[in-house]
Design a protein around this ligand. Structure first.
Ligand code: PFF
Length: 456
């Protein structure tokens, strides 16, 4: 069976950036910023992305391209089958993420329909809306259906083609919304709130959240980039690609804040900045714009979110599919639909956890905490804030002590002739050997005990 590949470098960059740019950037990032001391959070986040994550992105891509295998098979191909547990953790984590991501994407899809119909009052009944589980599951199934349809068409004809259409459209919508947002009254207050640092807000919880957010947003630590890297040819410059992916991801997250905060401040609506922000507050803001402008801006906003989400769900689905196709020679189409169905089923508890079902709504109380948390939050804690940084940490250990930096360098220098001996090479090697394992390991251990065992 012939393995798929990306047709062009641009196609690969768009697909990988599409994976990175997602609900994490537009739904989660601005909210984390506002809770984490504005620009103080932003600075820490940039440090994590460029200093800690960048060398791991490069490593994942290099492992993928070197082996031309999926996240699990890659380790065996390199002769280190024992280490394929890193890939196994990754695939498991990807399945968890996709299970709740599809539910949130379903909420978003439903909102596109509501906004097109001018039904702004939906925001008053957000909790009723998410607990209309039958309806949400229809939206989520529809979303998964589109995702699976694209993935079933393969790398060049499915994933790459979709990214080439969706990513430029996404950028146009973002720019249009920023221009509009900046013309609103009091927009500048929103920008000030967003960008003036408050360093007193930084603590271990915030640092842990920033780290988890960086990994989640960059789609890092679960073998997604091994998988996409395996579809890339030897002429591709891995360093430049990793830089472009990181810049696009950080850039879009930053730009999303330039939309979100001016809108909030100009509306004068008080918000606690929770994750319901864009669902509960934004329709009210759109309503205030008048029915025609509100319908247009509101629809663009939620279409933008759906586009961002689908390029991410595509990559999340590709990880286990690629594993089945490579390792068990299962036909792509068949594995796509089977995996999609299984993940939809795994997502049902998440959809029930927003109040509909008591067991999943009050799923667990962490040691030392008083309040219970719901199943979806628990899954995000386990996957985003725990397994992804752990995966990233294990990859650095694997590269530095098993695969060895000479092999990493050799792989990177294909397609980047001046890499060996360059400052970039020294930087990547030093980070992979010392900075990443040390800082990542420390923050990971501290936040793990902080989150689950109340250690402070
Ligand atoms: N990066 C995506 C986001 O920010 O929404 C989420 C994600 C996609 C995580 C793909 C992991 C992944 F493999």
């Amino acid at each position: 069976m012939k393995r798929g590949s990306f047709n062009s470098k641009l196609g690969f960059i768009l697909a990988a950036s599409g994976s990175a740019v997602g609900l994490g950037n537009i739904w989660k990032f601005p909210f984390e910023v506002s809770n984490g001391g504005g620009a103080a959070f932003l600075l820490m986040y940039l440090f994590f992305c460029f200093v800690l994550c960048f060398p791991i992105i490069v490593s994942e891509l290099a492992i993928g391209r070197n082996t031309k295998k999926n996240a699990i098979g890659a380790f065996k191909k390199m002769g280190h089958k024992k280490w394929n547990f890193i890939g196994k953790i990754g695939v498991f984590c990807g399945v968890l993420i996709l299970s709740f991501y599809t539910i949130v994407a379903g909420w978003v899809l439903g909102y596109v329909i509501e906004m097109l119909a001018g039904n702004f009052s939906i925001s008053n009944n957000f909790s009723e809306y998410v607990n209309d589980v039958d309806k949400i599951l229809i939206y989520s199934t529809l979303f998964m259906f589109f995702t699976a349809l694209i993935v079933s068409k393969g790398i060049a004809n499915g994933i790459e083609k979709a990214a080439k259409i969706l990513m430029p459209s996404l950028l146009i919508m973002i720019i249009a919304l920023i221009i509009y947002a900046l013309t609103l009254p009091n927009a500048i207050d929103g920008i000030i709130f967003y960008l003036v640092p408050d360093f007193s807000q930084i603590n271990l919880t915030v640092a842990g959240n920033a780290l988890g957010q960086a990994f989640f947003s960059l789609s890092l630590g679960m073998g997604m980039l091994i998988t996409y890297g395996s579809y890339v040819d030897k002429n591709t410059n891995i360093i430049n690609s990793a830089a472009l992916i990181t810049l696009t991801d950080v850039g879009v997250a930053f730009l999303a804040g330039l939309i979100i905060f001016p809108f909030i401040f100009s509306s004068g609506i008080q918000s606690d900045g929770g994750l319901g922000l864009i669902f509960e507050v934004f329709p009210k803001i759109f309503e205030g714009l008048g029915s025609i402008t509100g319908t247009i801006i509101g629809s663009i906003f939620f279409i933008l979110l759906s586009f961002a989400a689908i390029t991410s769900t595509i990559s999340l689905l590709e990880v286990p599919v690629s594993f089945l196709v490579d390792e068990y020679k299962v036909r792509r189409k068949f594995s796509v639909w089977i995996v999609a169905l299984i993940i939809l089923l795994i997502g049902i508890p998440s959809s029930l956890s927003q109040g509909k079902n008591d067991f999943f709504t009050n799923f667990i109380t962490y040691y030392g905490k008083e309040e219970s948390i719901d199943f979806m939050t628990f899954i995000t804690d386990v996957s985003n804030d725990t397994l992804l940084p752990l995966g990233g940490f294990l990859i650095t250990i694997y590269v530095s002590s098993v695969w060895k930096k000479s092999n990493l360098s050799r792989e990177i220098s294909k397609g980047n002739k001046s890499y060996q001996g360059s400052i970039m090479e020294k930087y990547i090697n030093f980070s992979i050997n010392y900075i990443c394992p040390l800082i990542l390991g420390t923050i990971f251990v501290l936040t793990f005990f902080n989150k689950f065992f109340g250690f402070s």
